[in-house]
Design a binder for this molecule. Structure first.
Ligand code: NAD
Ligand code: TYD
Length: 376
């Protein structure tokens, strides 16, 4: 039987992965291991928390003894590792927490899996350690494109349109060149995962994904923060000139990729995951403003004046762009949602779930967990 630990399952992407696995594989046992930091929220999982194949364990991935004991108790056959500190701005203020969770926490998960699996007669057979990483480990790309190709910022070309972009995209063999404390910590964790394959033969897989958007994203990240600010007519702090470019993928498409790669991906391989959907920040912000205004019945462009240019983020990476054709070619994955559809769904979800946002912004849910666990 498959018994899978998903770490960080109470966070944004993790909650979508947990939901997908719990619903799609009733025969699996899914154990969500999450410390419930400021970013973890069990309200993200209300619809599946009573399912018989689901268990939540509040634990710190850095706590090796607890993780090792859990692996033994649950006879774990697979790990899908998402738990991390994930916000670049926080990493600039507090790099230590990022090194602790992202580097030492990943090492703790790897070592616990290694010791447990090596203690079994069949050892690594039928096992899998899947580490979820980011495109930010590759560093930053230039804004310029080779002559003759369409602008990547306005034309959301399909995968087929990118045959000759070459160096201008991150591919799986692009050299790591992280700039922020966040991306440096994720790069380090990726190296440890690969080292456990190369040194001990652990069946590992690493994927590097572009920026995700969708329901349940903590409202400190660009899209949910701005939707909430527009709703409340608060300023929208655009870093620098808003010229930086990100490649946006709907979170459920990422979760589908994770499912596919966990089951069908080749051990020791890396797969890049992205939407071929690049946007300058300022352009995506305008789309978000127009969508919120329309859905709230406000006048067209009524809230454009909320855009407020502020001091740039230190070391702000100019452009990320993922070439995900390996995943498309080898495993047949492709994003299902057009960006227009995805952003409409996302804005609608946040507007319809104001209680979820308010609960976070009021800090209530953190207090709830503190009380609940203090009383145990
Ligand atoms: P998130 O911040 O929303 O969630 C992180 C989760 O990890 C939270 O539930 C938190 O409580 C938990 N956590 C943090 N520290 C922990 C610890 N020490 N022990 C146990 N649990 C802990 O993050 P996210 O945006 O869902 O990202 C999930 C993963 O995907 C991360 O590894 C991130 O690097 C990667 N990723 C994210 C994006 C993106 O756009 N959000 C893109 C590519 C890759
Ligand atoms: P973010 O959602 O923090 O993701 P990442 O930094 O991992 O790409 O930010 C997305 C882009 O939006 C990034 O270029 C920084 C920019 N940004 C702003 O301009 N203002 C903001 O308030 C935030 C949170 C981000």
């Amino acid at each position: 039987m498959n018994s899978i630990i998903i770490t960080g399952g109470a966070g944004f992407i993790g909650s979508h992965v947990v939901r997908l696995f719990v619903n799609k594989y009733p025969e699996y046992r899914i154990i969500n291991v999450d410390k419930l930091t400021y970013a973890g929220n069990l309200n993200n999982l209300r619809d599946i928390e009573d399912k018989p194949n689901y268990r939540f364990v509040r634990a710190d991935i850095c706590d090796f003894d607890t993780i090792y004991a859990l692996m033994q108790q649950e006879q774990v056959t697979g790990v899908i590792h998402l738990a991390a500190e994930s916000h670049v701005d926080r990493s600039i203020k507090d790099p230590f927490t990022f090194a602790r969770t992202n580097v030492m926490g990943t090492l703790s998960m790897l070592q616990a899996a290694k010791l447990y699996w090596e203690s079994l007669p069949e050892k690594y057979e039928g096992k899998r350690f899947y580490h979820i990483s980011t495109d930010e480990v590759y560093g930053a790309l230039e804004l310029t494109h080779p002559e003759g190709l369409p602008s990547p910022f306005t034309t959301k070309a399909s995968a087929d349109g990118h045959e000759t972009y070459g160096e201008n995209f991150f591919v799986e063999t692009t050299k790591y060149n992280p700039h922020s404390p966040y991306s440096a910590s994720k790069a380090s964790s990726d190296h440890f995962v690969r080292a456990f394959h190369d040194t001990y033969g652990m069946p590992t897989i690493v994927t590097n994904c572009s920026n995700n958007y969708g329901p349940y994203q903590f409202p400190e990240k660009l899209i949910p923060l701005f939707i909430n600010n527009i709703r409340h007519k608060k300023p929208l702090p655009v870093y620098g000139k808003g010229e930086n470019v990100r490649d946006w993928l709907y979170v459920e498409d990422h979760a589908r990729a994770i499912d596919l790669i966990f089951h069908k991906g080749t051990v020791a391989e890396t797969y890049n995951i992205g939407g071929f959907n690049e946007w300058k920040n300022i352009d995506i912000i305008k789309v978000v403003i127009r969508t919120v205004d329309r859905l709230l019945g406000r006048k067209e462009d009524e809230d454009m004046n909320l855009i407020t240019f502020v001091t740039d983020r230190a070391g702000h990476d100019m452009r990320y762009a993922i070439d995900s054709r390996k995943l498309q070619r080898e495993l047949g994955w492709e994003p299902t949602l057009q960006f227009e559809e995805g952003i409409e769904k996302t804005v609608r979800w946040y507007l319809e779930h104001q209680d979820w946002v308010d609960n976070i912004t009021s800090g209530e849910y953190e207090k709830y967990y503190e009380d609940m666990y203090a009383n145990r």
